[in-house]
Ligand binder design. Structure first.
Ligand code: FAD
Length: 405
């Protein structure tokens, strides 16, 4: 093939990583994004946890834990390769405290056994050099340990928490990552970033594709030799326009809010917390003093087989979700008393599962069925988690680069 036109659809973290992986290999790429800015949808509006697999303790096959570990351990090394060394120590949170809730759908012993398997898996991967050595700019050493409830516990003393685990798992601040990557996209001589362009669909043509676009109310087309579809919540719809069959396991879509608050003066600073196992919450203090909070029953506002039709940008809904989530979390974490809501923004989560996470059998507890598929010049990338975007970007970039040879 001569100099092929490679087009990546969707400039979230996934499309950004595919574009960077291709550009790193010397390929020119056009990156199309419907919003005015790249990295402004789910890849900005999230918790930023780079999962090591603790949350997926109910997948007894261990497949999800393996997938999360693989993604997490190459997250920073790949982004460093494409962008130059990034300041992970400035973006990274402290380690998460896993708190086992009084009505957890898994017993402490089950979680302990799962985390033990996780340690074994990590050792096995390290021994066989199946993973990169670093996690967000540092080595993992102890991974997790059971912890008692001490005087510093962030939880209300009257609650009967079942147990605690300290972990080395951390979150990055997605705002910093998005800003740095946007800069990289705009500066890279091989990447043409085109925002404000909606991909309606595509048609297969001899040797390539014709993309049907909408820009400021005007329809246009763009011909491409190779396409990578990284549009997350719109991916299945666009795939269908070129005849790609739906996944065997139907997708489910959820809308979840990213809520940021500031603790009231005089409160003890919170540590990162994940409340397990079931429909509970998380808190993640950022280095600028803001705290990400979520309380699943309140901040997850849509669950369905189709992408949400409601606007994600309704400020009244966002404010009300934030108020209800904060009130619910204050029952558990007294140091959130008097906290001020800074922002609330909705994002979409795409996964597989017909029941929600309070069901121990829900497929949402297993997240191994995502990744990259290709159909004769068309790549479709199901990101799965933020954690896995660089890994899948590298896989897609390598496959497209190979196809171009
Ligand atoms: C509240 C919340 C918390 C989360 N927390 C975590 C977490 O802690 N850890 C974790 O690993 N994952 C987390 N996730 C999941 C994570 O955010 C997503 O898996 C990840 O961001 C998906 O990246 P993406 O690039 O595929 O999607 P996006 O960032 O949504 O990017 C897709 C892009 O495609 C564009 N697009 C869509 N349709 C079209 C079209 N037709 N034409 C042109 N452009 C289009 C969109 O505008 C968007 O910019 C969370 C998600 C949410 C909502």
């Amino acid at each position: 093939m001569g100099r092929p036109r490679i087009v990546v659809l969707g400039a979230g973290l996934q499309g950004t990583c595919v574009a960077l992986a291709l550009a790193h290999r010397g390929h020119a790429v056009t990156l199309i994004e419907s919003r005015p800015f790249p990295l402004s949808a789910a890849s900005l509006r999230n918790e930023g946890k780079i999962h090591l697999g603790f949350v997926y303790a109910l997948d007894q096959s261990g497949a999800t834990q393996r997938k999360m570990l693989e993604g997490a351990l190459c997250f920073a090394p790949l982004l460093d390769r494409w962008c130059g060394e990034l300041p992970w120590h400035e973006w990274r949170s402290e380690g998460f405290l896993y708190a086992v809730m009084p009505d957890s759908i898994a017993e402490v012993e089950t979680l302990h056994a799962s985390y033990t398997s996780l340690s074994a898996l990590l050792s096995e991967m390290a021994e066989h050099e199946l993973c990169c050595p670093g996690y967000l700019g540092r080595e993992l050493s102890w991974l997790w340990r059971a912890a008692g409830e001490d005087a510093d516990s962030p939880f209300d003393r009257g609650l009967s928490m079942k147990g605690f685990f300290e972990t080395e798992e951390a979150a990055i601040d997605p705002r910093h990552l998005a800003a740095r990557l946007e800069d990289q996209l705009r500066r890279h001589p091989l990447i043409e970033l085109r925002c404000g362009i909606m991909v309606d669909g595509a048609e297969r043509r001899a040797g390539g594709f014709r993309l049907n676009l909408q820009e400021a109310g005007e329809a246009s087309t763009l011909d491409a030799d190779l396409v990578a579809n990284c549009t997350w919540s719109d991916r299945a719809r666009i795939d269908a326009t070129v005849g790609i069959p739906a996944d065997a396991a139907p997708l489910c879509y959820r809308v979840k809010h990213q809520i940021m608050v500031e603790q009231a003066p005089g409160m003890r600073p919170l540590v990162p917390i994940t409340m397990v196992q079931g429909p509970y919450g998380d808190v993640v203090p950022r280095r600028d003093g803001q705290v990400y909070i979520s309380w699943y029953p309140e901040c997850c506002t849509y669950f369905g087989e189709l992408p949400p039709q409601q606007s994600l940008e309704d400020p009244e809904v966002a404010q009300s979700v934030a108020e209800r989530s904060l009130t619910a979390l204050q029952e558990w974490l007294p140091d959130l008393a008097g906290a001020r809501i800074v922002s609330s923004a909705a994002g979409v989560i795409v996964a597989r599962g017909s029941t929600d996470i309070e069901d121990p059998q829900s497929a949402l507890h297993r997240r191994e069925a995502f990744g990259v598929n290709s159909y004769d010049g068309w790549w479709t990338v199901d990101t799965g988690k933020l954690t896995n975007a660089p890994q899948l970007g590298e896989i897609t970039g390598a496959q497209i680069s190979e196809a171009v040879k």
